[in-house]
Design a binder for this molecule. Sequence first.
Ligand SMILES: [Zn+2]
Length: 356
Amino acid sequence: MWSPGQGSGTGIILIPLAVLVFTKQPLVTANTRSLFQQPANTNALATERRGAEGAAASAQGKPGWATSGHNDKTLMVGSFRSGSGSTGCMHHNNRTRRSLTDSGPRQQPRNLAVPGKPAILSSLRDQLVGNPSYRDTILHPLRHLLKNNQQWSQATRREEPEFFLKLSKQQSPEYLWIGCADSRVPANEIVGLLPGELFVHRNVANVVVHTDLNCLSVLQYAVEILKVKHIIVCGHYGCGGVQAALENQQLGLIDNWLRHIQDVREKHHTLVDLFQQKERIDLLCELNVLEQVIHVCQTTIVRDAWRSGQQLSVNGWVYGLRDGLVHDLGISVIHPGEIAEVYHSALTNIAQRDVE
Ligand SMILES: [Zn+2]
């Protein structure tokens, strides 16, 4: 971790800076690039902050995300129109963890501890941000995404010339998908639906919290305006959020979010305790989906819809990362009067199957 007044090495930082000034080298040199090496990201400064925080956590022996094997490098933040998912935050942590463990020049700054250094670095970084070649280095990886988009748009229009024109006028999805933000669980692809056919909300570990205005707003829009007929809560085995909750990992702010999953763990501790730690993760993934289905059923939005006679089912599924298959947990509620019965039936099935 970098911090003023810690350790020695003043000369190490001053020499490269002096070289920069007196040789009038371009601002982006090999050394400075390594000092400010950033993975492709929409916010380079935020990434550096995360790296410093990650170093602090590492120094304190705090664990990081343990299971997220996905390696995507771009965070998409978009609207919740059907067909547009959004990827989550776990890969940032992956990147932070990678930056702390990689060998080579990227680790060099960690050994530099100079009084006042953060201010110097900040000043130099501000100059670099305005440098065209530095900006190009940072933003270059995004170009292929834009190129992919052009190719996809052209291919889609070749197949159906009016596709986007029709879609732009109206969306009428029959399904609302509430899933995990994990990049390995792309909602539309999994169930073979096109843009416009699936309304999507995703967050870390597919949690439905009664005070989460984001999720509730999506739910209300889907049920009351779009009149979806089916709501699917879909978790996935090997969920990093569920594992972090199960293992009481201390990751910062997100601990407050994962607390909801720890509540599920404690509610079912008798069942969970029957299993080895490795098996508990997938069991808790299933139990979490079960509880979130009930949360959806308990919202005023769904209850009002049922009360008014609107056709609406709430379902619980789990996706397998290893085989790409969706597993129906047997919890499908179409009326408030059957919530308890369907819940206990599904819970019994999970317990019996997993204990066997
Ligand atoms: Zn997940």
